[in-house]
Design a protein around this ligand. Structure first.
Ligand SMILES: Cc1cc2cn([C@H]3C[C@H](O)[C@@H](CO)O3)c(=O)nc2[nH]1
Length: 219
């Protein structure tokens, strides 16, 4: 098989709902030489000097959404600004989905006040104006909320045990608003992959799109 190499270093952001298949995607491509895979820093969110901000957010979203998303934005910025270790960087989500999907949804659902929302937005706008955040391709794993719900129940991550269907539906709508309906800017071309297959069948979906993904463009 010819080695697919982009002409310059590229960053691919894998976006999608909770349980949409992002980890399966990253694990699959982690086996390919020349790809640096960076998963979401969930363990950092679970332990900020002893505080589990992820658990706090799920236990009392009105009280903790702002603090949690504020830290998420910092950890995602930290990843975006790290020296790239390989020609291709694949990262799980981005500072963009943090803002355009999760923060938007928390504000719309009343779990974040207008004041908290505008403070996060000021930070976000300053970051984009003053920091280099490179994204060359967005891979959108578009998976129905029902399928996501099934997978979350099977993998049972402690904090996610009680995620209700309507939260997954809201997050699905937030991803669709951003990546399909372009309600917010997309910083790169969007390659949509159907995530509703059995996880074992997803590998052929990934392989069918390998050339588009590794060349960092929506051929
Ligand atoms: C960028 C970003 C990722 C992210 C994840 N999460 C939650 C969803 C999952 O339950 C868990 C791991 O993705 O964190 C969130 O609430 N806000 C987020 N913002």
């Amino acid at each position: 098989m010819t080695t697919l190499r982009p002409s310059r270093s590229i960053t691919v952001a894998i976006e999608g709902n909770i349980g949409s298949g992002k980890t399966t995607f990253l694990d699959h491509f982690a086996k390919t030489k020349g790809i640096e895979v960076i998963q979401e820093p969930v363990d950092m969110w679970r332990n900020v000097r002893g505080h589990n901000t992820l658990a706090l957010m799920y236990s009392d979203p009105k009280r903790w959404s702002f603090a949690f998303q504020s830290y998420v934005q910092l950890t995602m910025l930290d990843i975006h600004t790290r020296q790239q270790k390989a020609l291709i960087r694949m990262m799980e989500r981005s500072i963009y989905s943090a803002k355009y999907c999760f923060v938007e949804n928390m504000h719309e659902s009343g779990n974040m006040t207008d004041a908290e929302y505008v403070v996060l937005t000021e930070w976000f706008n300053w970051i984009l104006a003053n920091q280099k955040v490179q994204i060359d391709l967005i891979v959108y794993l578009k998976t129905s909320p029902e399928v996501c719900h099934q997978r979350i129940k099977q993998r049972c991550r402690e904090e996610e045990k009680a995620i209700p269907m309507d939260y997954l539906q809201a997050l699905h709508n937030a991803h669709e608003d951003w990546l399909t309906h372009k309600k917010f800017p997309t910083p790169a071309p969007v390659l949509v992959l159907d995530g509703d297959h059995k996880l074992s069948d997803m590998y052929s979906v990934f392989e069918e799109n390998r050339h588009k993904i590794l060349l960092g463009q929506n051929l």
